[in-house]
Design a protein around this ligand. Structure first.
Ligand code: OAD
Length: 236
């Protein structure tokens, strides 16, 4: 691992599973009982805003009951001790990386604890429900705030920073993601094409498993701390 300086870590729902967060593509193909297209598209929000707001209100409220797990904490340890650059790009909308102690996290699919006002385009840190149609603290408009979540068909956030980090990565690590949703699913190919080493850690081989040089199959809560210890031991 002597040649590795910059590390790019992509995470998905699987890293939060052991904290009690439901993954998206469960055995029944539903997310907390809903079809993804009924709650995670702009069309669904236009059709039935109350359903979508209530759904995300419940996800936001659940954040108060869950805690980061060993995988989040291990990544934070690596983040604190790694001498090169380390960036965590997450598709998750929970705040478990931050609460686990990570320093630099980009939420490419938005965050539950952020509200986006469609009247003034402002973003506000938001802990409460949105279904009751609260007024935007920025402009005062009532009932105009939506979850600050990237839905299907919308452009993921922070793409320029993500591309720049991918260009510089010496090691690309994917943790707990099915590799079903682009653009994140394509990052392994970009990283590898640009010469990075590639590792996936997942409960089962992801859809892009063949693109990784190494796959470690098992629970993130066990395998991520092991991998972090290996990386830190290599520094000693
Ligand atoms: P998925 O639910 O598609 O995939 C989660 C992956 O984590 C699966 O491959 C599981 O096998 C794996 N997994 C489950 N438990 C695990 C554990 N304990 N340890 C390690 N791996 C485990 O979730 P994502 O790939 O994150 O987008 O989904 C990507 C995007 O699709 C989400 O960000 C969301 C969704 O629609 C939006 O909402 C825009």
């Amino acid at each position: 691992m002597h040649d590795i300086r910059n590390i790019f870590i992509l995470t998905g729902a699987g890293i939060s599973a052991e904290s009690g967060v439901a993954t998206f593509r469960g055995p029944d193909g539903r997310w907390e009982g809903h079809r993804v297209e009924d709650v995670a598209t702009p069309e669904a929000f236009r059709r039935d805003p109350a359903l979508v707001q209530t759904f995300y209100d419940a996800r936001r409220a659940k954040l108060r009951e869950i805690e980061p797990n060993a995988a989040h904490r291990a990544l934070a340890r690596l983040n604190a001790q790694w001498p090169g650059e380390l960036l965590i790009v997450t598709q998750n909308v929970d705040d478990l990386h931050e609460r686990g102690g990570a320093r630099r996290v980009l939420h490419m699919h938005g965050e539950l604890r952020s509200a986006w006002c469609l009247a003034c385009d402002g973003r506000t840190r938001w802990e409460e429900e949105l279904s009751s149609g609260p007024a935007c603290p920025g402009c005062g408009a009532a009932g105009e705030m939506r979850p600050d979540i990237v839905w299907f068909g919308e452009m993921p956030y922070r793409m320029d920073e993500i591309d720049a980090a991918l260009m510089k990565a010496d090691l690309f690590v994917s943790i707990g993601t099915s590799g079903a949703v682009y653009p994140a699913a394509g990052y392994v190919q970009t990283a590898r094409y640009l010469g990075a080493r590639t590792l996936e850690i997942n409960l089962e081989p992801s859809q892009g498993s063949l693109f990784f040089e190494e796959s470690r199959i098992g629970r993130a809560g066990e395998l991520v701390p092991e991998w972090v210890e290996e990386m830190l031991a290599g520094l000693r």
